[in-house]
Design a protein around this ligand. Structure first.
Ligand code: CDP
Length: 214
């Protein structure tokens, strides 16, 4: 029986860990679409593509040798056989990913790859990102927008990065990326039919419960 769960949310909303837990709860495959944009950013930097050249970025995307796992418990992402699981979380990637994600042609390519992944799962998958509920899988069986107050999001992101970063610097980095992202698309507005789950005052278990019930 098909069960496609689409989950969107901004940085630090906890969407990745919640999406993985929900996938495990229902025995579903899992797709991190942000990791795809990150991996393409890694590839463009590695190929020394001029990120301000939209055509060059698109050409790189057309030859993007990505191999991505779809299980919630083990993260597998390779570009041309190189394991990039850790490299795609580096600040140099976070700083440049919006430039890649704002390229219309690139988005069309990755959206197609994402739809193929959902299809290949036999329509049994949790897919998470910024435009899954609205663009990639508006026909999903459940669509959730996970939000949290800015304060809570920054605190969570800080913890995720090991709590070693200067808070003010981190706040600036995250809001700069949010601003760049929202220039292209308002990824954080709940579209019609999308259930809003605000996790500001919920712990991890409570958030998962709220999503499972949605
Ligand atoms: O680190 P964070 O959880 O904020 O983001 P991510 O899910 O790893 O996604 C990284 C970047 O990819 C975002 O800042 C967006 O620019 C882009 N993205 C997108 O445009 N569409 C998606 N469906 C997922 C990510």
């Amino acid at each position: 029986e098909r069960l496609v769960i689409a989950m969107d949310g901004p940085s630090g909303s906890g969407k990745s860990s919640v999406a993985k837990a929900v996938a495990q709860h229902f025995g579903l495959a899992y797709l991190d679409t942000g990791a795809m944009y990150r991996a393409l950013t890694w590839y463009c930097l590695q190929q020394q593509v001029d990120l301000t050249d939209a055509d060059a970025v698109l050409a790189a995307a057309q030859n993007f040798p990505l191999s991505q796992g779809t299980t919630a418990d083990v993260e597998m992402i390779e570009v041309d056989g190189v394991d990039v699981v850790e490299a795609i979380r580096e600040p140099r990637i976070s700083e440049n990913v919006s430039a890649i994600a704002s390229n219309r042609g690139v988005r069309d390519l990755l959206i197609n790859m994402q739809r193929d992944a959902i299809k290949n799962s036999g329509y049994r998958m949790v897919a998470e990102g910024r435009d899954i509920t609205t663009v990639v899988a508006p026909d999903a069986d459940a669509r959730i927008l996970l939000t949290a107050s800015e304060e809570v999001r920054l605190a969570r992101r800080g913890l995720q990065l090991g709590g070693t970063q200067n808070n003010e610097q981190l706040a600036q980095q995250v809001s700069a990326r949010d601003a760049k992202d929202s220039k292209v698309n308002n990824f954080t507005e709940a579209a019609e039919g999308v259930t809003l789950v605000d996790s500001s005052d919920l712990n991890f278990e409570e958030t998962i419960d709220a999503v499972i019930k949605a």
